[in-house]
Design a protein around this ligand. Structure first.
Ligand code: 7RM
Length: 637
């Protein structure tokens, strides 16, 4: 088991060691895992290329570290406590032994279907244990999984399947979310019309709706599992073999498939999990994130299972049947560590404290937050009403690209401050730079957040586009990884993440590129051009504000066109990307070179009506007055 730091002086000491001698530090952590062949070299790196290789020469299988390594003493322990969407439905309790059996069987299913080491497997499933089984079965045989969030539309799904060169897709008839069912198979069928690389589809039966099965392509999960052999010998993987691809949004329209490695990711997810949450044997841990996002990958599947944790996996939504659902689950399973997103907290906060009344939350020891900055009000609400002033909050800052938590308190060890991610994790070397790339040393400084040294969990490339990887993360500040976030280091050396400094927005904890939303809007036949910015939103953190120039109005007038633009976005990306506000304008504020001045639009979206700074480089400065006028007139549009 990875070591656990348990005191503040221990943290200071270990952190010091991890930066003074990273290779010795990480090799000590790596040695707590099971290797089929020990690595020859701990780290080889060059951020110019960029190239990062951890534990080269090592051979292992990640699932062997979850199962074989732990099974003798954990076989009977619960791995997953699955809570269905509908509280009336039977929950499922799955032990490590049972999970191991399912993973081996499904690994054999994949092998029988001809899936080979290095093949990419697409996964588009609801939050059911079979999603975990599918991921681990891929890892077992050395296939690279790419999970696509169930909220993405057919078009978004097909784009990802195509990009990753997926031949086999695992999906379900549908999924339950609150009062809704998501027709996953129907969406997948539509996606596959445009993704000809996919030859086989495995369908898990969840909603039992009547769905068409395509002869020769679609097979039922349960039919395949019924005939699968029970035992499977894990494939031998190299340390740097890819474990998975996960798509995330950037500042251009095309999503990026971040590639994570096997050994480095394994070690980093497990070590951060154990230390940040201070997980102890026997604890019950509950992460509310969907596995379609990186938080679900690292802190519902890999980190916890590698640490032998008992995890609650929840299929549903926080507000159904009522806004007390999370707290019912905490009480029912006696949850000790609870990890969620600020947007969920803010929506529950808005519904009042009555949903917490009478719920026994006394089992809670640690509360976690992830995905976006947590505002002070939400922090205090979480601390007072959920944690009853006795649970430390770990505000964990990290990204899809980082693979695991980078800046965060260690629960109960590093003193917290509301809205601060606090201190860097072991091995993480944060640097704050100004716009010229000048490092801001000392305390009480603010600027762009970079990381100057590799850590084992970092993504190694963008699938199929290493040059884009270099450009996006390693070219702005040469020699460093640029996060895209702004940060402040305060007088005590504590880090506060200020939010994105690029064209990425964070809507209800869903990361979106403004260009991605613009591209979708521009697909609408009546749209000429558009510009999308984020604006402060009480519940979602950021809302989506779209400025749209139309060629003509449809019959339904302005309201009609707004509705149909939302539909278009929903179809192209997914319902979660629908703009909150759409302002129809006759033009956008552009410079003579044709660049949209987003800083003006951001101000308008935030409700400002004056002080737009220097607008002299605008082609048509009068457009600003018109936009402001339209915004004031339609406020709320
Ligand atoms: C884990 C995850 C990454 C972006 C990141 C930030 C924002 C995440 C925090 C945060 C402030 C936090 N991956 N972000 N955590 N901002 N405080 N604790 O969310 O790839 O989907 O998003 O999310 O802007 O760059 S992600």
């Amino acid at each position: 088991m990875v070591p656990k730091i348990s005191t503040l002086s221990g943290y200071i000491f270990e952190y010091q060691k991890s930066t003074a001698n990273p290779t010795e530090f990480w090799s000590n952590i790596a040695d707590t895992f099971y290797w089929r062949r020990k690595y020859d070299e701990v780290l080889k790196w060059d951020f110019q290329k960029p190239e990062v290789r951890w534990f080269e020469g090592g051979q292992l299988n990640l699932t062997e570290n979850i199962f074989e390594r732990q099974i003798f003493y954990r076989g009977g322990q619960t791995a997953l406590l699955w809570e269905p969407n509908d509280p009336e439905e039977e929950p499922r309790r799955i032990t490590y032994q049972e999970l191991f059996e399912e993973v081996q069987k499904f690994a054999n299913v994949l092998l029988d279907l001809g899936v080979k080491k290095g093949d990419r497997v697409g996964i588009y499933l609801p939050m059911v244990p079979e999603l975990v089984v599918a991921m681990l079965a891929c890892a077992r045989i050395g296939a690279v999984h790419s999970v696509v969030f169930g909220g993405f539309s057919a078009q978004a799904l097909s784009e990802r399947l195509e990009d990753a060169g997926i031949r086999l897709l695992i999906t379900a008839d549908g999924g339950f979310r609150g009062t809704k069912t998501v027709p996953l198979k129907a969406i997948a069928d539509e996606a596959l019309e445009q993704a000809p690389t996919v030859e086989q589809v495995i369908v898990y039966q969840r909603t039992k709706e009547d769905i068409p099965m395509k002869e020769g392509r679609d097979v039922w999960w349960h039919d395949l599992m019924a005939g699968a052999a029970a035992s499977n010998e894990a494939a031998t993987m190299e340390s740097e073999d890819p474990l998975y691809i996960l798509y995330t949004s950037g500042s251009t329209g095309k999503p990026k498939g971040l590639v994570h490695s096997t050994a480095g990711y394994m070690i980093y997810s497990a070590y951060t999990f154990r230390n940040v949450f201070q997980y102890s044997d026997g604890d019950v841990y509950f992460c509310t994130a969907d596995i379609g996002w990186v938080t679900g990958h690292s802190y519902l599947v890999y980190g916890p299972l590698l640490s032998g944790a008992t995890c609650v996996m929840f299929e549903g939504v926080p507000t159904w049947p009522d806004a007390g659902r999370f707290w019912d689950i905490v009480e029912k399973y006696r949850v000790n560590q609870f990890y969620t997103a600020p947007t969920a907290l803010r929506s529950l906060m808005a519904m009042g404290e009555k949903w917490l009344e009478g719920k026994d939350l006394s089992s809670l020891k640690v509360l976690g937050s992830v995905g976006e900055p947590i505002n002070e009000e939400a922090w205090h609400w979480y601390h007072d009403h959920v944690g009853k002033n006795r649970c430390p909050i770990v505000d964990t800052w990290w990204q899809t690209e980082t693979g695991g938590i980078m800046i965060s308190p260690l629960a109960g060890i590093i003193p917290t401050k509301p809205s601060y991610a606090t201190m860097p994790f072991m091995g993480v070397q944060p640097v704050i730079v100004d716009s010229e790339g000048q490092e801001q040393t000392g305390n009480s400084v603010q600027g762009n957040l970079c990381i100057s040294y590799p850590w084992p969990g970092m993504a190694r490339t963008i699938w199929g586009d290493h040059e884009r990887f270099r450009q996006t993360y390693f070219s702005t500040y040469p020699g460093m990884y640029f996060t895209g976030d702004g940060a402040r280091r305060d007088e005590d050396g504590y880090y506060r993440i200020m939010g994105r400094v690029d064209d990425v927005i964070n809507v209800s904890g869903h990361r979106l590129g403004t260009a991605e939303v613009e591209n979708a809007i521009n697909e609408h036949p009546l749209v000429n051009e558009s510009a999308v910015v984020g604006f402060p939103h009480d519940i979602k953190g950021q809302g989506i504000f779209a400025f749209v120039v139309c060629t003509e109005l449809s019959d339904g007038g302005e309201d009609g066109i707004r509705t149909s633009i939302r539909k278009t976005v929903s179809k192209i990306i997914g319902p979660f990307a629908k703009p909150d506000l759409i302002l129809l304008v006759s033009g956008l504020p552009k410079t003579r070179s044709g660049k949209i001045m987003r800083r003006i639009l951001r101000k308008v979206a935030a409700g400002e009506t004056e002080d737009f700074g220097d607008t002299s480089t605008l082609l048509d400065p009068a457009i600003v007055d018109e936009i402001v006028e339209a915004a004031t007139r339609t406020a709320g549009g």
